[in-house]
Design a protein around this ligand. Structure first.
Ligand code: NAP
Length: 458
């Protein structure tokens, strides 16, 4: 796949970028390794100062950076600006909290292990490879990079091939903030080159955010090399609505949860499981709100839904919908591509789904919602848990017993009650089952790429 900016709103190839050759890859990993030797002995206070300066740059440059995100993957401009500002917030969060998260952990009673003193220290591992997706081309990278660099690690990035301008922006942002040159380097490579990078002895660990297929491949290589890995993969999150819910608020949130980022978010709600008693009322509200969405130019601030990021992404989505319709699904709203230039797809609501349809088990990466009628909590949980994914989930109920049961029974890395799934620097983020392993964000995220070194003293 060429490394290129192709505007998904028009289909036009804006710029093609040359790939790094073996010498360039070797030089960049060498720079990241040299930066690690410098960074690992700096203080938290020093790194925090550089982190805050990097956040200042992101904020000052937010408008221009947001336009790169829109140009390369088509998200609506206000959402792109919000993404850039959220990145700055994450940098400040780790600048403020990294030292506390990684402070030495003493054993209260060292005599129980025959020591005068026993404790764990958290130390950086070295250069970490980050294989990243295009859908949040800045946020996904920053949420790895901020804790990694605050812990004293350095990073090399293999970004998705369709967001090279975002990759090049990230290549310089940390050193412009004051970090040692080479602390974060973007490799301009395709996915076939990832194996040799992981095999490089200077690479100590790998993190991947992307599809299940890419995760299987990269996790297998990391396993062969006995290198730590974190996998943040796909999802088909359930959004459950029970009779006690505020239906108007639930339907408004359901639409946002499905179509934000043009429906291309791992934590987008994709399957809507609605109790039979309120199904008709909720379906009507949901359908009306999906119909009212404005699809169009993502640079236009009035647009709700822009294009699918790639031509193949749109045809994959269309295949899932066409398969469901051919097997008897009912199209309640939308149901096809928009004619004309660019890779637009109509916001779509499908009902009357059956288990033989691919969309029941696979991830729909675009503005397509699947609506299910469920008889009771047990059926909601059964359908919610029937996919191989387990990223997040949302439940709308005001019944405390029902709330507790859903929290206990849903197979997911998170449950959001009377809201939609959102990632916050303060909360751990990650999935189970085929949605991956390991956690990003919060204290858990910064500890993933640390050596927990035990110290025992007689
Ligand atoms: P993708 O096709 O898997 O690509 C992700 C990254 O992996 C890209 O840099 C890609 O490079 C690379 N890649 C793909 N196949 C590879 C392989 N066999 N070996 C090594 N590298 C490989 O995913 P995407 O289409 O960019 O992103 C969408 C997916 O990411 C969805 O499934 C979504 O749910 C998931 N996602 C998960 C999270 C989370 O936190 N759990 C967050 C965001 C997105 P190329 O571009 O060069 O192919």
């Amino acid at each position: 796949m060429a490394i290129a900016t192709i505007n998904p709103a028009t289909g036009e190839t804006v710029k093609v970028f040359p790939a790094d050759d073996a010498a360039a890859i070797d030089r960049k990993i060498g720079e990241a390794e040299a930066a690690f030797q410098a960074l690992k002995s700096t203080t938290f206070a020093q790194r925090a100062e550089w982190m805050r300066a990097t956040a200042d740059l992101l904020e000052a440059e937010a408008d221009g950076t947001a336009r790169i995100l829109v140009l390369e993957m088509g998200k609506p401009l206000p959402q792109a600006k919000a993404e850039v500002l959220k990145c700055a917030k994450n940098l400040r969060f780790y600048a403020d909290h990294a030292e506390g998260f990684l402070t030495d952990k003493p054993l209260n009673d060292p005599s129980s292990v025959g020591a005068s003193r026993a404790y764990a220290v958290y130390q950086p591992l070295g250069v970490v490879l980050a294989v990243m997706p295009w859908n949040y081309a800045l946020w996904q990278v920053i949420r790895f990079a901020a804790p990694a660099l605050m812990a004293g690690n350095t990073g090399v990035l293999k970004h998705a091939s369709n967001v090279p301008q975002a990759a090049l922006y990230l290549d310089t942002i940390f050193e412009r903030g004051g970090f040692p040159v080479g602390s974060f380097r973007a490799l301009m490579i395709g996915s076939p080159e990832v194996r040799s990078v992981i095999e490089d002895r200077r690479i100590k660990a790998v993190t991947l955010t992307g599809s299940e297929g890419a995760g299987r491949s990269v996790a297998a290589i990391a396993g062969e090399q006995i290198k730590k890995s974190v996998m943040e993969l796909g999802g088909s999150d359930p959004f459950i609505v029970m009779p006690s819910a505020d239906l108007e608020a639930a339907a408004t949130t359901a639409v946002t949860a499905r179509v934000q980022n043009n429906g291309q978010s791992c934590i987008a709600a994709k399957r809507f499981l609605v109790h039979a008693d309120i199904y008709d009322a909720f379906a009507q509200l949901f359908a009306d709100k999906m119909t009212a969405l404005v699809v169009g130019d993502p640079m236009d601030e009035r647009t709700d839904v822009g294009p699918i990021a790639t031509e193949s992404g749109r045809s994959d989505l269309a295949e899932l919908v066409d398969d469901a319709v051919a097997k008897g699904a009912k199209v309640l709203v939308g149901g096809g591509a928009v004619d004309g230039p660019g890779w637009f797809y109509r916001p779509t609501l499908l009902g009357e789904l059956t288990d033989d349809m691919r969309i029941v088990m696979e991830e729909a990466f675009g503005p397509v919602a699947s609506l299910y009628k469920v008889a009771d909590r047990e059926e909601a949980v059964r359908i919610a848990n029937q996919t191989d994914f387990g990223l997040s989930s949302a439940v709308w109920t005001t019944d405390p017993d029902e709330e507790a049961a859903f929290i206990r029974e849903l197979d997911a890395g998170a449950v959001f009650i009377n809201g939609m799934t959102v990632s916050y620097p303060e909360l751990p983020f990650g999935g189970i089952k085929d949605s991956g392993f390991g956690r990003e964000l919060a204290a858990e995220g910064i500890r993933e790429f640390c050596n927990v070194k035990t110290v025992w003293k007689a």
